[in-house]
Design a protein around this ligand. Structure first.
Ligand SMILES: [Zn+2]
Ligand SMILES: [Zn+2]
Length: 151
């Protein structure tokens, strides 16, 4: 996803603009934590530089300890609880956008899938999908998996 992106929460209290900048390919995460946290089959993320985000409206936060030992803090609308982005205590300066909050989320074409080992069995990925059984373990591995060609 190139260029400036805009989005917001379900009730409209939170709106944001993500300036064009350093970002990775969007990806779907099929891990059990995402299933529990979203109440859905997978979640859509895109790693971006937090400094590129301008946001209005009141957020509140939820926290949980990731299997890696890092702490994830998710920021969502204080009113409707739609989740907007998350930050990870081991990845300073970067954040993960919940891509379904983009106004033009139907334009997203997600080709990257992580944690396919816990994917719901009824979800059939296209033949050209780029997949990992689990997920990258370092910033370098993320760059190799979903970086670079994002822009
Ligand atoms: Zn809201
Ligand atoms: Zn996940």
């Amino acid at each position: 996803m190139k260029g400036e992106l805009i989005g917001g929460c379900l009730c409209g209290a939170v709106r944001y603009t993500l300036r064009d900048g350093f970002r990775f390919h969007p990806y779907a995460c099929h891990c059990g934590n995402c299933q529990s946290r979203t109440g859905s089959a997978f979640s859509e993320h895109m790693l971006f530089a937090l400094a590129d985000l301008e946001l209005t409206g009141e957020l509140d936060q939820g926290e949980y300890d990731m299997p890696s030992g890092a702490q994830s803090t998710i920021h969502g609308c204080a009113r409707c609880k739609a989740r907007i982005y998350a930050v990870n205590s081991t990845n300073a300066g970067m954040a993960s956008l919940r891509c379904g909050t983009l106004d033009e989320s139907p334009r997203l074409h997600i080709r990257h899938h992580v944690w396919v080992s816990s994917k719901q069995p009824w979800i059939v990925l296209p033949a050209d999908a780029k997949t990992m059984e689990e997920q990258p373990r370092s910033a370098q591995e993320w760059m190799a998996f979903a970086g670079e060609a994002a822009r």
